[in-house]
Design a protein around this ligand. Structure first.
Ligand code: SAM
Length: 205
């Protein structure tokens, strides 16, 4: 990890994702039981967990961000128990069907092997459990999509691996999830380039 990845990018990330505060809150408030949050970053979602989330396991490959997340958790005083695990979502170090809720927030844009990660999220979710997601995705409008394709190589460097052009809803379906809710919309507070969003809830039988 570089100085930029460890110290500059986390600050930029927190600033750039401020328009998503309400979206984070709405997503995370639905979590219950034993929860896995994939790519938890600096822990921006942590204050929004309710006591219905009895245990939250935050997985994150960046040790620097994991330390930030642990600091956020240490300042919280609810009943939720927090645990942090260093690692990538492509090979989750957890048993099959061991979580009631899996959360993916602004992360499937970045995970390098996103197909493997989606399969892993499915594997660790209990039958009847819920997969809650909020992601920016490829724009449905062709003109914006062309700009996303053009700018993606430079964007990916600046944004530590983030891609503008992924079809993440299709990825979740391919992994086996049943997409009970999938709301696709343009975020009113974010430029179109990164403002095509999906949010919702998927389950497994
Ligand atoms: C755009 S940031 C979002 C962070 C956080 N989820 C949030 O909502 O603020 C993308 C995150 O994905 C993490 N990430 C990168 N590769 C990953 C992988 N293979 N598995 C899990 N997370 C990964 C990054 O370290 C970073 O924390």
């Amino acid at each position: 990890m570089s100085l930029y990845e460890d110290h500059v990018f986390p600050v930029l990330l927190d600033f750039a994702t401020r328009p998503f505060r309400r979206d984070r809150q709405a997503l995370v408030a639905r979590a219950r039981g034993r929860v896995l949050e994939i790519g938890i970053g600096t822990g921006a979602n942590l204050p929004y967990y309710t006591d219905a989330a009895t245990e939250v396991v935050g997985l994150e490959p960046s040790r620097a961000m994991l330390e930030d997340a642990a600091r956020v958790a240490a300042g919280l005083h609810g009943k939720t128990r927090f645990e942090f695990v260093a690692g990538g979502a492509e090979a989750l170090p957890f048993a099959d069907q061991s979580f009631d809720t899996v959360i993916a927030c602004l992360v499937f844009c970045t995970i390098p092997e996103n197909e493997a990660a989606a399969r892993e999220a499915f594997r660790v979710l209990k039958p009847g459990g819920q997969f809650l997601f909020f992601e920016h995705v490829a724009h449905p409008r062709a003109s914006v999509r062309r700009w996303q394709e053009r700018l993606n190589p430079a964007w990916k460097k600046v944004a530590c691996g983030c891609n503008l052009n992924r079809d993440t809803a299709a990825l979740f379906r391919q992994a086996g999830f049943r997409m009970d809710e999938c709301d696709a919309f343009e975020h009113p507070k974010v430029p179109a380039l990164a403002g095509a969003m999906i949010r919702g809830r998927a389950t497994r039988d």
